[in-house]
Design a protein around this ligand. Structure first.
Ligand code: SF4
Ligand code: SF4
Length: 66
């Protein structure tokens, strides 16, 4: 199960979470959201649920599960 949920419609593709994830678990996916921004995907194999991305995202896209 994924440790982080992604509210894609809020993402503006700034890439801060990609840069800050200590496990390099976040990358841009192919899909654009309804605002036309590239949004992120998370590799559940690499993610350790540390919450750094949750704290760094300026637009509250990422939410820790559980
Ligand atoms: S919870 Fe931590 S390891 Fe998982 S994607 Fe976010 S920053 Fe990376
Ligand atoms: S920090 Fe937030 S808005 Fe920026 S790319 Fe990551 S999820 Fe999207």
């Amino acid at each position: 199960m994924s440790k982080v949920s992604i509210d894609r419609k809020r993402c503006k593709g700034c890439g801060i979470c990609i840069r800050e994830c200590p496990k390099k678990a976040i990358s841009f996916g192919e899909e654009l959201n309804e605002k036309g921004y590239k949004t992120v995907i998370i590799d559940d194999e690499k993610c350790v649920g540390c919450g750094v991305c949750y704290h760094m995202c300026p637009d509250c896209v990422l939410e820790l599960e559980g």
